[in-house]
Structures are given as structure tokens and as C-alpha cells.
Design a protein around this ligand. Structure first.
Ligand SMILES: *[C@@H]1O[C@H](CO)[C@@H](O)[C@H](O)[C@H]1NC(C)=O
Ligand SMILES: *[C@@H]1O[C@H](CO)[C@@H](O)[C@H](O)[C@H]1NC(C)=O
Ligand SMILES: *[C@@H]1O[C@H](CO)[C@@H](O)[C@H](O)[C@H]1NC(C)=O
Length: 389
């Protein structure tokens, strides 16, 4: 009798376990909703463009390491969002533009949707136009992405439940709100810095709207140390003197300070929203410090090439040339992107994105630690399965 009970008990518990695990492979999320810019775009900008006006990410050598062809990702391979999906046992998150129709294009949004568009700002284009700043890449803002998302969600049966069971990746977004004005040079850095509260309020209100729609877990990355990227190091080389550079890293201190300032504002806003919605998990992802480690001790992470140089570009001290960008005729590409952090002057290599994603998922550089919210992630090794793109 006791044995029979034990067997029934084991049967019941394993059935319960099976039921729980069918929720998602590792029991945390059934899908991923991704907003952002080129750091997260898995093909939207490419699909928004016309055939005779492809973005650089539609040309080789973009995609060469992993996909072996350009996918619209601004890297040689996978992005952070791809590695997060893989570690959660989910397929790569499909770009929203072009739609999903399993019968027609073999794509599905059942496991998530990616609304991120390269070049997107958090604030609407009008904010920049009013100040004489152009978005040379796209007119898509976070507001546009949210509009698309609501249209999408309305088509999902039990949309609220779908969103509740999703991991929402809110960014990185906001970096371009600084990039366009900094590069166009018609507004002083001090005034550009003062955009911070407006950018952060915009991201904050989008997060609150998602919470009202049912979102329960939202990961919000801050900005990268932009003073370390070849794009800015090249742009500001002429106007900089020795004292402008960090003596340890060679990065531009004032630009990194801008990221630090912005990230502090963002974290304050997240803390404020968290207090209003105690049942929701709002997780800050510290992209600044996760990346800064590479600049402080590059070889420890396998980045044996000059850490401030881009792998793919048109030459110069940082291998970045605005006139000969990666993906354009005349640009050259390094042999081994895995020993570089920087891919094309602005974006990072798959090797860097992989390390960042691993650290975030293990709970380092996330506040609160991601593995407190999804403990099974820490024990599950990322699946080696490669999903059809
Ligand atoms: C963006 O540009 C496209 C194409 O020119 C246009 O159809 C669309 O209405 C614009 N969207 C916004 C938000 O301005
Ligand atoms: C130089 O960079 C290091 C590492 O990020 C930082 O701790 C330090 O404050 C920087 N120095 C200045 C003057 O900003
Ligand atoms: C950047 O911040 C550091 C640390 O707060 C400070 O020492 C340094 O003066 C700042 N540098 C610039 C150029 O703003």
C-alpha cells in the first residue's frame, strides 16, 4: 500500500512538473517582446528600407560570423536579444516588420516579437526636428514601436496573458537621442545632457503603459560607455587634448560621464515605477559597467586586439571613417572579429554581446539580479540548438 502510494505520488509530482515545464522550457517566460534600436534590431530597419536604399546592415560583412549572410543585425553575428532567447529556450525573436505568416514566410510571433529598429530614438522625431537635429536613419521612435506593439497585441488571443508571460526587453533605447545631436554638433553637450530627464520620462511612461497592458517582467538596459567607441573617438579626436582621455582606458571621460549621468536618471525612474507597481519585476541592466570591464582588462576576456579599434571600417586610428563605413565599398574587415569588442565603430561584436548576455542572465550587472527572478536560468546551460532564422 505504501509502495502504491509512493508510486502515485511520484506520478503526480512528475505530471505536475511536466505541466509546469510546458509553460516554457525553463519555466520563466513563454515569449520575448523587444523594443529598442540597432543594439536589438534583428531585421526591422532592413525590411523598412527599399531595395535600392538598403541600410549598411543589409550588406556583407554584416552577419558573417554566425548567419553567414546579412540579416539586418548591426553585428557580425548574434545580438544580446538572440543570446537571451537562446538561454530561455526560446527561438530567435522575429522582426515585426514584414509580419508573420507561418504558411507564407515561415515566421511566427508565437514566442515573441521584436519591434526594435536601428536608428530609433526614444523621443519622437518632432523633438529633434524642433531643435534642428535630423534623424538620418529612420523616423521610428519608441512611440512608433509601442503603436505597432498595441496593434500586434490586439491580434493575440488572450493578449494580456501573453504579455504577462513575456519577458519585455525595453532597450537599449535612448542612446540615439544623444547620438544624433552629439554627431551633428549644432547643440552644446551641456544642452544635450539636459535632454536626459525628457528621454527617461518617455521610457518610463512606455514602461507604465506596458504594465497597464499586463507586463510583469521588464528588463531595462542603460547606455553603454559611449566615450569608448571608435565613432566618437574619431569624431572628437581633433577637438580633444590629452587630459580629455581617461589615462587607464583611453576613452573620452566627458562622453562616458554623459552615459553615467543618463544611467543614474534612468535608474531613479525605474525605482520610482517599481514602488508604484510592487508586483512587477523591473530589472535594470547595467550595460555601462558590463562593457567597461572589457576596456579595463581586455585580454582577460579574449579581446587581444586594440580594444578601441573597430574590426570593420574605413581606416584611421580607430578604424572608423564616416565616409567609408563598414558595409560600404572600400571598408575592410578584420580576420577574427572574436578578438574585438567593437564591430563597426558604433556596434559590438557577437563575442562581446555573448559575454554581456551571459553576465546579465547570471545576475551580474542586473538590479535586482535576473537569476533571483528566473532561478532556473542559472542552472540550465544555454541550449546549443540553433533555430531557423
Ligand atoms: C515615417 O516615414 C514613412 C515613409 O516615409 C511614412 O509613411 C510614415 O508615416 C512616417 N511616420 C512617422 C511617424 O512620421
Ligand atoms: C577613468 O575610467 C575609470 C574606469 O571607468 C573610472 O573609474 C575613472 O573615474 C575614470 N577617470 C575619470 C577622470 O573620469
Ligand atoms: C567625469 O566624472 C569624473 C568622476 O565624477 C570626474 O572626476 C571628472 O572630472 C569628470 N570629467 C569630465 C570631463 O566631465
Amino acid at each position: 500500500m505504501a509502495v502504491a502510494h509512493a508510486i502515485i505520488y511520484i506520478l503526480l509530482t512528475s505530471l505536475a512538473a511536466a505541466a509546469a515545464s510546458s509553460k516554457s522550457t525553463f519555466g520563466c517566460y513563454e515569449s520575448i517582446i523587444s523594443f529598442g534600436d540597432s543594439m536589438a534590431d534583428t531585421g526591422n530597419l532592413l525590411r523598412l528600407g527599399s531595395a535600392n536604399n538598403l541600410p549598411d546592415s543589409g550588406n556583407p560583412p554584416y552577419g558573417r560570423t554566425f548567419f553567414h549572410h546579412p540579416t539586418g543585425r548591426y553585428s557580425d553575428g548574434r545580438l544580446i536579444v538572440d543570446f537571451i532567447a537562446e538561454s530561455l529556450g526560446l527561438p530567435m525573436v522575429q522582426p515585426y516588420i514584414g509580419g508573420a505568416d507561418a504558411a507564407v514566410n515561415g515566421r511566427s510571433f508565437d514566442k515573441g516579437v521584436n519591434l526594435a529598429v536601428a536608428g530609433a530614438t526614444a523621443l519622437d522625431v518632432s523633438f529633434f526636428e524642433e531643435r534642428g537635429i535630423k534623424n538620418t536613419c529612420t523616423n521610428v521612435s519608441l512611440g512608433t514601436q509601442m503603436y505597432w506593439f498595441k496593434q500586434f497585441l490586439a491580434t493575440v488571443p488572450e493578449g494580456r496573458k501573453f504579455l504577462q508571460r513575456s519577458l519585455v526587453l525595453m532597450g537599449e533605447i535612448g542612446g540615439n537621442d544623444y547620438n544624433y545631436p552629439l554627431m551633428q554638433g549644432i547643440i552644446s553637450p551641456r544642452v544635450i545632457q539636459s535632454f536626459g530627464p525628457t528621454i527617461v520620462a518617455d521610457i518610463g511612461s512606455t514602461i507604465q503603459e506596458l504594465i497597464e497592458l499586463g507586463a510583469e517582467t521588464i528588463l531595462v538596459p542603460g547606455n553603454f560607455p559611449i566615450g569608448c567607441i571608435p565613432y566618437y573617438l574619431t569624431q572628437f579626436k581633433k577637438s580633444s587634448t590629452k587630459k580629455d582621455y581617461n589615462s587607464t582606458t583611453g576613452c573620452l571621460n566627458w562622453l562616458n560621464n554623459l552615459s553615467i549621468y543618463y544611467n543614474e536618471l534612468l535608474q531613479k525612474e525605474l525605482t520610482r515605477i517599481q514602488k508604484l507597481h510592487p508586483h512587477v519585476h523591473i530589472i535594470y541592466a547595467d550595460y555601462y559597467n558590463v562593457m567597461m570591464r572589457f576596456y579595463l582588462s581586455p585580454t582577460q576576456f579574449g579581446f587581444t586586439e586594440d580594444i578601441l579599434r573597430a574590426c570593420c571600417g574605413g581606416g584611421g586610428p580607430y578604424n572608423y571613417n564616416d565616409l567609408v563605413k563598414c558595409g560600404k565599398p572600400g571598408a575592410s574587415c578584420c580576420n577574427d572579429p572574436s578578438i574585438f569588442t567593437n564591430w563597426d565603430g558604433l556596434h559590438y561584436t557577437e563575442a562581446a554581446y555573448r559575454l554581456i548576455a551571459q553576465d546579465l542572465l547570471r545576475g551580474h550587472y542586473t538590479i535586482p539580479p535576473f537569476n533571483d527572478i528566473c532561478p532556473s536560468i542559472a542552472t540550465s546551460s544555454p541550449s546549443a540548438q540553433i533555430y531557423k532564422y
